[in-house]
Design a binder for this molecule. Structure first.
Ligand code: KG4
Ligand code: ZN
Length: 345
């Protein structure tokens, strides 16, 4: 191995519908190759069987590209990391099996990574020379992780020491965005489309019920139903209601979902007295959530951290970051490891 190369890990992410691979060297991410699956668009949601087939088709190309563009030889790898869960069983199996095969062939250890853990650690990603002085969050830190499958508030005490203090009891916030978008006839995934149309709309045009749970927990399934009945009733009065009011509908719904998220996040900060706040996951790309977070930060004196867009949605760079810290602590797993679709933090 080259004298300058110390710790090199290949990380693989395949928990849902993105096949991704990343190389990390001495804690710096060298690349983040992602193959997205467009096959799900026409179904309005991820079809698990199609997702695992697409992972099978993409994984070799994605890993090859990560290796080729890193300038690192396969034989320089010190470990292979992979997402163990949570996620779709068939999708996870592709990544786990691939990691096992390569680890066996190269005779190097494997590192299992929790996908939700990794979303939080996306905040610690450094890549390239220019990021050397990037300000990183300090501990303790509260992270609101909001994706298509999860909504949780995590008390992050250290890189590998996290506790979920609030989470959704049913649907994720991203699912509420996606299902509402589907009812409006928008493509999948609908979150970015709602965000886009909302820019021209009035966020106070329509009122929706606050379905949050007591304490720090969320609930979004009631919103879906309320939104369905709202559209049904309005369409009875005017069949063109959606077409005429799309911007106002999107702005009002988005404002409401963001308000529900922010309410619980503020409560969590009050209760824990933690003022370092981060957001993660696909919904962290939402412009209204980002704006609200910055406004609240100014009012309450929070220090906020918002990851780069490419590290908000599913990616292997965040898996690589988590793997780096696990490698430093000697946390490896054995070859008989199996995926865990319901893995918790
Ligand atoms: O983290 P992610 O890529 O995959 C999961 O692990 O689920 O998150 C995908 C979710 C989808 O629900 C998508 O609609 C949502 O993130 N999303 C957004 C935006 N961009 C992505 N939701 C609202 N506004 C956005 N700009
Ligand atoms: Zn995710």
């Amino acid at each position: 191995m080259d004298q300058k190369i110390h710790l090199v890990i290949l990380a693989i992410e395949s928990s849902c519908d993105e096949t991704s691979a990343s190389i990390i060297q001495n804690g710096k991410v060298l690349n983040n190759v992602i193959a997205s699956q467009s096959v799900h668009e026409k179904y309005g949601g991820v079809v698990p069987e199609l997702a695992s087939r697409a992972h099978q088709q993409n994984i070799v190309t994605v890993v090859n590209e990560a290796i080729a563009t890193s300038g690192i030889a396969l034989t320089d790898l010190n470990a292979i990391a992979f997402t163990r869960g949570p996620g779709l069983m068939g999708s996870l199996l592709v990544g786990v099996s691939f990691a096992k095969g390569l680890a066996l062939a190269l005779d190097i250890p494997m590192i299992e990574v929790n996908h939700m853990h990794a979303h939080v650690l996306a905040h610690f990603i450094k890549h390239g020379q220019i990021e050397d002085d990037k300000e990183l969050p300090t501990f303790p830190l509260l992270c609101l992780t909001v994706s298509g499958g999860h909504t949780q508030i995590v008390n992050v005490k250290d890189y590998l020491d996290m506790q979920v203090i609030g989470e959704t009891q049913d649907d994720a916030a991203g699912e509420a965005f996606d299902k509402a978008a589907k009812m409006l006839g928008l493509p999948y995934p609908g979150g970015p489309f709602i965000d886009q149309y909302a820019k021209q709309g009035n966020p106070k045009a329509y009122i929706f019920p606050d379905t949050n749970m007591p304490g720090l927990d969320f609930s979004f399934s009631g919103i879906k139903t309320a939104f369905l009945y709202f559209l049904r009733d309005e369409k009875l009065k005017d069949p063109d209601f959606v077409e005429k009011n799309l911007a106002d509908i999107c702005a009002s719904l988005q404002h409401h979902l963001v308000h529900m998220l922010m309410k619980r996040l503020k409560k969590a900060s009050e209760e824990t007295k933690i003022n370092t706040i981060a957001i993660a996951g696909g919904v962290a790309a939402n412009s209204c959530l980002r704006k609200e977070l910055k406004n609240t930060a100014e009012k309450l004196g929070w220090k906020v951290f918002i990851p780069e867009f490419q590290y908000c949605t599913d990616n292997a760079a965040m898996i690589a970051m988590a793997a780096h810290y696990k490698f430093l602590k000697g946390e490896f797993c054995s070859l008989d490891i199996a995926p865990e679709p319901s893995l918790v933090i």
